[in-house]
Design a protein around this ligand. Structure first.
Ligand SMILES: Cc1ncc(COP(=O)(O)O)c(C=O)c1O
Length: 376
């Protein structure tokens, strides 16, 4: 299989010594990201603090993420983690008696359940849809989303098995019931194209450190400008206010757009990194990445099965998963052992996740599969 991104591999130093197929946890860090971290570091060392540069990089990163998902910069808040973003929305969602239902699935990332269960107002109105063999079907959303539902949370890609959800169909179900659709795109942004407007997404969160190739400390929250007015954040701070009221302790005025979800000064070093990573992703193009990834995943599933691996592949209409979830005994030991051979995979629950990105070759995935095949 031809690797269309061969020339980019030299941007990722780790690839010269490791097979890095752990992007579902932490993507490989590129030289441009390293240079951006250095730029922030230098600005501290040489200028004490360069506020203008820091704010410029923050706005660039906001703009890049907006472009990545088809939104406008004013619809994006820059926060520190996906959990902070979800908690910001959960604590700002207006409570309307008779319309207080929250729907998510048992396949969502645990932080989703932790946050919604902590909200006393919504606690008794949560519906956690039980998955069927790692998948939640559209029929299940049809059944569980009702006129009492206020918000539906959906993972675009499942974090344990890579299953890709059909967002447009769920958006239609949510909107038919006057509910909001909140998408967790942490396992998809960077390898799966997202167009929030075309897909009917009202709210979306994605952190920077996985397929978006940044480092921990940044997550982006999109809130549609058509929905923003109904949110009055309670998890807030001075950066969530209109500039004129930021230094007025008595008269806070929430910012007009999604910035109202921002709180205090963010981790600029992570923002510099995210900005450079997003720039690289936009240059390559997520649609180009997805085209290669489906070829690579197709090969990987076929080869893995041929080698006798037990791969969890929830299929719907032939859509391939974004990663290989391989069942092995003692996942932590296998992860450690592969790491000792310079192979980076990611253990989660009872599977080893083999999560390639555009920089991986079929030969690299084949070698990891060969290694795992000896352990099933
Ligand atoms: C799908 C998904 N959602 C949310 C999270 C939590 O992200 P954070 O640690 O930024 O809160 C993760 C982390 O792995 C994730 O994979």
């Amino acid at each position: 299989m031809k690797h269309p991104f061969q020339s980019y591999r030299q941007l990722f130093p780790v690839l010269s010594s490791h097979i890095h197929v752990g992007s579902c946890s932490q993507g490989a860090v590129s030289r441009p990201v390293s240079a951006a971290i250095e730029e922030y570091h230098r600005s501290l060392l040489q200028h004490g603090h360069n506020g203008d540069l820091s704010m410029a990089r923050l706005e660039e990163a906001r703009g890049h993420f907006a472009k990545l998902i088809g939104a406008e910069p004013d619809e994006i808040a820059v926060l520190s983690s996906a959990s902070e973003a979800i908690a910001g929305v959960a604590t700002a969602l207006p409570y309307v008696p008779g319309k207080e239902g929250i729907v998510y699935a048992d396949t969502d990332f645990p932080t989703v359940g932790h946050i919604w269960q902590a909200q006393e107002m919504f606690h008794d109105h949560i519906c956690c849809i039980p998955s069927i063999e790692g998948e939640v079907t559209i029929e299940q959303y049809e059944e569980h989303v009702t006129e009492k539902t206020a918000l539906v949370m959906v993972s675009q890609v499942n974090y344990t098995n890579g299953f890709q959800q059909d967002l447009k169909s769920i958006a239609d179900i949510a909107h038919r019931n006057q509910a909001l659709l909140f998408v967790d795109a942490y396992q998809s942004a960077g390898i799966v194209p997202v167009d929030v407007k075309a897909m009917g997404v009202d709210i979306l969160v994605a952190g920077a450190r996985k397929y978006m190739l940044g480092i921990p400390g940044v997550a982006f929250l999109y809130v549609s400008k058509d929905r923003i007015d109904r949110f009055k954040p309670r998890l807030t701070g001075w950066l969530g206010q209109e500039p004129a009221s930021r230094f007025d302790i008595a008269h806070p005025v929430p910012a007009a757009g999604a910035r109202r979800f921002e709180t205090g000064l963010p981790s600029f070093i992570s923002i510099f990194a995210a900005n450079a990573a997003l720039k690289l992703l936009l240059e390559i193009g997520v649609t180009n990445i997805q085209a290669y990834m489906s070829e690579l995943l197709d090969f990987s599933v076929e080869y893995g099965r041929r080698k006798g691996l037990h791969i969890r592949v929830p299929y719907r209409g032939g859509t391939l998963p974004s990663l290989l979830a391989v069942e092995v005994a003692d996942v932590s030991a296998v992860e450690r052992n592969l790491r000792s051979q310079n192979m980076i995979v990611s253990a989660r629950k009872d599977v080893i996740r083999v999560a390639p990105h555009f920089y991986n070759t079929a030969e690299e995935v084949r070698r990891v599969i060969d290694e795992l095949a000896g352990r099933c």
